[in-house]
Design a protein around this ligand. Structure first.
Ligand code: AP5
Length: 215
């Protein structure tokens, strides 16, 4: 299955993609995670990306497109993949179509998780993630078993720098301006599936699986 997961910051894309990739045994390509890893390692890409991420702005398309192309060609994507956080602009979606054409593939579906702004702020202010494996938690809705430690790695969880209120508000604005037009783009291609993201995590997952006919 070749999927794109779309939705505002904090909608639960990463949470759902983590579970779906395991169920479908396909790789996850998360541009946000790739950038954060590069920032941690202080690579040239990381230094550039950090200037945008920390303010909640989008990393320029030319940098992002190249990374996605490399990953789609490199990773074992023949049996499928889930793109998390890409595309985020119409030009990125057009580039993705070109890459798919070159690879003689097409997308099966684009799943949009819909969540309102007040809920996004609640989720992101209390989100924590494991710096080692990337597993995502929420201090109230999806807490770790032991106080602030990853259940899998026993490593101290972190609060992302871009999960500060003023940065979250800018990320939401950027989403409305730059990413929402993708709805029309994928509706026109008849592959857009919309899911209510304000249900419990398990119910969002079941809704997605049902609409994609996954057992
Ligand atoms: P990225 O990492 O992609 O951030 P995002 O899209 O803003 O999404 P998030 O990771 O914040 O949220 P999510 O939807 O994955 O939610 P999660 O599952 O964690 O990108 C970061 C930055 O990188 C961008 O701002 C940009 O600068 C740059 N970038 C990335 N891609 C780019 C691109 N293509 N082009 C240009 N720049 C790019 O869940 C959130 C919280 O809610 C968690 O605590 C979770 O436990 C909880 N939760 C999840 N589901 C539920 C539920 N159903 N009920 C209750 N709580 C829930």
């Amino acid at each position: 299955m070749r999927l794109v997961m779309l939705g505002p910051p904090g909608a639960g894309k990463g949470t759902q993609v983590e579970i779906l990739c395991e169920k479908l045994s396909v790789p996850r390509i998360s541009t946000g995670a790739i950038f954060r890893d590069a920032v941690r390692k202080q690579t040239e890409l990381g230094k550039k990306a950090m200037l945008y991420i920390d303010k909640g702005n989008l990393v320029p398309d030319d940098i992002t497109d190249l990374i996605v192309k490399e990953h789609l060609l490199d990773t074992d994507c023949k049996k499928g993949f889930i793109l998390d956080g890409f595309p985020r602009t119409v030009p990125q979606a057009e580039i993705l179509d070109e890459i798919m054409d070159e690879m003689n593939m097409s997308l099966d579906a684009v799943v949009e998780i819909d969540v309102h702004s007040e809920e996004i702020i609640k989720r992101l202010e209390k989100r924590r993630s494991c710096p080692k494996c990337g597993r995502i938690y929420h201090l109230i809705f999806n807490p770790p078993e032991n106080d602030n430690l990853c259940d899998d790695c026993n490593v101290e969880l972190i609060h992302r720098k871009d999960d500060k209120r003023e940065v979250i508000l800018n990320r939401i604005e950027v989403y409305h301006e730059k990413t929402e037009p993708l709805r029309g783009y994928y509706r026109k291609a008849s592959i857009l599936k919309e899911v209510d993201g304000e249900q419990p995590i398990e119910d969002v997952l079941n809704s997605i699986m049902k609409m994609l006919n996954i057992d």
